[in-house]
Design a protein around this ligand. Structure first.
Ligand code: FAD
Length: 536
């Protein structure tokens, strides 16, 4: 099948949904997601969205906190741009009727409750109890499904972008994408004047992750193959506190618990965070995750504890209903006892390089949300700044698309997908085996604490896997698992290469061989350039 629209949006999380809604009155939109629309990370976001909303807060203060967390690599202009647009984006969400938790008057005159999270010097995180992402996603999805100009294609996984360069034409413009219809099991072509990658992050490259199965870095890998530069992939954030239980599949215990005075304890009940940072539990995530990793390795323990029992049971149930309920399902009552937690891969700070309008290196191709590298997060993302980034860059990319003339970017026909040289796979085990191997060595060798030796081991393994997967891809019909594995391998390679090239510890990248930041030179982003890159 061949589909045409003004705008093709790949991804149905906070970034993709808000961009689609902002454009839908004037453009025909196709939005695709590889599972159900809401299967991405957005729905799992518990804490909330950071924005300057309280009377005693300021853009300057939020920017300063963000830049401080970013350890020398935030782009100050991008930070001020994103933070400066926060309040108007929250207003927009309120207009869409996202049900934020009302104020209990502790945060001045603002009508919604604002909480405080690690690294933030003010209460500025607006939330819908502890299920903010679900409230946001459900509300926007409802608006989207009501809109006559938006067509939703679920269970459709983008295979690759189609560009004029790939078709041997001059320049490099994105013309659309090949998309596998997972249920019909064939590859469709989608053409559009503007293509938007909103595919989320890549934390699934690690064995333990707080992310859903969709976070396989597809957008980053597709953009790389199409000729886009990718930056700062060594900065993967590990969330310090996921519930430790064999059946919990990395269920996240929100940061807001530490914001409300929750204490981290060793299994014997001893507090330890003050040994690592004067801000103790309110230190940024990387410091907390590393402290936990250090203590777990030192003691050979499988977990540490988090304790919020100093708060009344009523408060805990009201503010953390999801976590409370989920813990009960696993036999822990957080109103009466500390609960066991471990770190897990959580957020991809690097990604497809974009400017303030979400434009990538390829004409007509935008990247917004976690897939993008905008310069906002630097070497470390501050809690709740990522939903903010999704919203702000969805807004600015939509403005840019609307500023483009509607003539002169005619839809170009894409040749049909060619399956004449491939057959059905005879050995699916290659995919499952490589999938487990990749995520295992990424966890062991390229995780929270790195060394030169570990990175070299990982480099050796990824080179073998890339070769094997490429060969497999060339011979067999594509499946969802094969496409995700192929993308994970590209992302793993980009992370390893970036980590090897950074000869210092900074933000989320920590290596025992260079344990300090290199302050002899101004800090630089790690920018990887593909062979087929063409400067615009
Ligand atoms: C447990 C958890 C808690 C979090 N808490 C917070 C928080 O409190 N505050 C905050 O700011 N951030 C939080 N984050 C981070 C934040 O939720 C994400 O960064 C953000 O939701 C990403 O949104 P997105 O739109 O970029 O991508 P996602 O929401 O991940 O959506 C990606 C979409 O792309 C689709 N997709 C991917 N690849 C393809 C493909 N090849 N073809 C078709 N479709 C594809 C997926 O199906 C999905 O629809 C949290 C993340 C997690 C996992």
């Amino acid at each position: 099948m061949h589909y045409q629209a003004d705008v093709l949006v790949i991804g149905g999380g906070a970034a993709g949904l808000s961009l689609a809604l902002r454009l839908a009155d004037n453009y025909k939109i196709h939005i695709i997601s590889k599972g159900l629309l809401h299967d991405g990370s957005t729905v799992y976001a518990q804490g909330g969205i950071a924005a300057v909303l309280a009377d005693d807060d300021s853009v300057e203060s939020h920017s300063t906190d963000t830049i401080r967390a970013g350890a020398g690599l935030c782009d100050p202009d991008v930070v001020r741009f994103a933070v400066g647009r926060g309040a108007e984006n929250i207003e927009w969400l309120i207009e869409q009727q996202v049900p934020f938790t009302p104020s209990d008057k502790q945060a001045g005159h603002y009508p919604y409750h604002l909480t405080r999270e690690g690294g933030h010097s003010h209460r500025r995180v607006i939330h819908a109890a502890d299920a903010t992402g679900r409230a946001l996603e459900t509300t926007l999805e409802q608006r989207l499904r009501e809109h006559p100009n938006i067509r939703v294609y679920e269970h459709h996984i983008a295979v690759d972008l189609v560009t004029s360069q790939k078709l041997g034409q001059s320049g490099n413009r994105c013309l659309g994408a090949y998309v596998l219809d997972r249920r019909a099991n064939w590859v469709d072509s989608f053409t559009a004047r503007h293509v938007v990658l909103a595919t989320g992050g890549a934390s699934k490259v690690y064995l333990y992750t707080s992310n859903p199965d969709t976070s396989t870095g597809d957008g980053i890998a597709m953009a790389w193959r199409a000729g886009c530069r990718i930056a700062n992939m060594e900065f993967n954030q590990f969330h310090p506190t996921c519930l430790h239980h064999p059946k919990a599949k990395a269920f996240l215990v929100t940061e807001a618990i530490r914001g409300e005075g929750g204490k981290l304890l060793l299994p014997d009940g001893t507090p330890f965070m003050e040994k690592f940072d004067p801000r103790a539990e309110l230190a940024p995530r990387d410091i907390v995750a590393r402290a936990i990793d250090h203590e777990m390795k030192r003691l050979g323990s499988e977990y540490v504890l988090i304790d919020i029992t100093h708060k009344p049971a009523d408060f805990i149930k009201r503010h953390f209903p999801t976590v409370h309920q989920r813990c009960l399902e696993f036999g822990y009552d957080m109103t009466r006892e500390p609960i066991p937690v471990v770190p897990a891969a959580h957020y991809t700070c690097g990604g497809v390089m974009t400017n303030l309008h979400g434009q990538t290196d390829i004409d007509g191709l935008y990247a917004i949300g976690e897939v993008a590298f905008t310069g906002l997060h630097g070497a470390n993302r501050m809690a709740s700044n990522s939903l903010l980034e999704c919203l702000v860059f969805a807004q600015s990319a939509s403005e840019h698309i609307q500023s483009q003339p509607r003539t002169g970017t005619d839809l170009v026909a894409i040749p049909s997908w060619d399956e004449s040289q491939v057959t059905d796979s005879d050995e699916e085990v290659v995919v499952t085996h490589n999938w487990h191997e990749l995520r295992g060595f990424m966890w062991d060798y390229v995780g929270i604490v790195r060394t030169n030796k570990r990175l070299q081991r990982a480099e050796h393994r990824i080179n073998l896997l890339l070769h094997e997967i490429d060969e497999y891809y060339g011979n067999f019909r594509v499946t969802n698992d094969l496409l995700e594995l192929r993308n994970l391998a590209v992302v793993a390679d980009l992370i390893i290469r970036s980590a090897i090239s950074r000869k210092e510890s900074r933000g989320l990248h920590y290596t025992l061989d260079y344990p300090q930041p290199d302050d002899r030179h101004a800090p630089k982003n790690t920018v990887l350039t593909p062979e087929n890159y063409q400067a615009r």
